[in-house]
Design a protein around this ligand. Structure first.
Ligand code: DC
Length: 231
């Protein structure tokens, strides 16, 4: 069976990673969470004191980029790879609202994008990969055989994110989460370098009113049709 590349782009909290993981596991493909890479660089900058409230020392981060080593290590129990920042598993730390609040600023730095896009291209060079993010179908894999663009209303997405963070025990309000979602939408869609846009050949999926299972079945069908079309 031929292996394909599946690019899943879209706004934050549209459930991209959930469906991407399910899809990769069903097809026996590698799943790569590109957002985790931008989050890990943000965590590095926060830990090194390069970001403080209104002050982001971009130049220092660019200077230190060579010292940031990112890798993915497969977790047998979970069935997908988890990200490591300089050999430390940071999956939990990168999902906090603190990291979410600054990640779009870090992701707008061209030097950061250049470094991460190069790693992403390498991870997908043998196909058989499902990667989710913002510029996967436009910049990282413009020739991907299947491109999806996921959307849902900001309120719906904030509701999902709020529930997730609450379940993890985070002390946050719905308003703060909604504000973060809309601010990130704005920065991600208006930045100069690789803004979030739908690739011309991407299939748009608005999942505001789809259950996770309905969405998964729909996307699995699309993937199977694409693979069969190549056989
Ligand atoms: O998918 P996520 O919410 O974990 O992504 C975190 C941030 O990283 C998001 O606000 C935008 C940025 N990002 C990006 O610019 N390009 C990608 N390919 C993936 C994420």
């Amino acid at each position: 069976m031929p292996k394909i590349t599946i690019a899943i782009d879209g706004f934050s909290s549209t459930g991209k990673s959930t469906v991407a993981k399910q899809l990769a596991s069903n097809l026996g493909y590698v799943y790569v969470d590109s957002g985790a890479m931008y989050r890990a660089v943000t965590l590095y900058a926060l830990n090194k004191g390069l970001i403080e409230e209104d002050d982001f020392n971009k130049e220092a981060l660019i200077y230190q980029l060579e010292q940031i080593h990112l890798s993915f290590v497969f977790n047998e129990e979970l069935g997908y790879a988890e990200i490591q920042l300089n050999r430390q598993n940071v999956e939990k730390e990168i999902r906090t609202l603190r990291v979410s609040s600054f990640v779009s600023q870090v992701a707008a730095v061209p030097e950061v994008r250049k470094k991460l896009v190069a790693i992403q291209k390498k991870l997908g060079e043998h196909k058989g990969v499902v990667m989710d993010g913002r510029d996967i179908g436009t910049v990282v894999f413009p020739n991907a055989e299947l491109k999806l663009f996921m959307t849902a209303s900001a309120e719906k997405r904030a509701e999902r994110r709020y529930k997730e963070l609450k379940e993890r025990g985070d002390d946050i309000t719905f308003e703060a989460v909604l504000k973060n979602v809309t601010e990130r939408d704005h920065i991600d869609t208006t930045r100069k370098d690789s803004p979030l846009i739908k690739a011309k050949d991407a299939i748009e999926i608005d999942n505001s009113n789809l259950s996770l299972e309905e969405q998964y079945q729909k996307i699995l069908q699309l993937a199977k049709m694409t693979i069969e079309g190549l056989e």
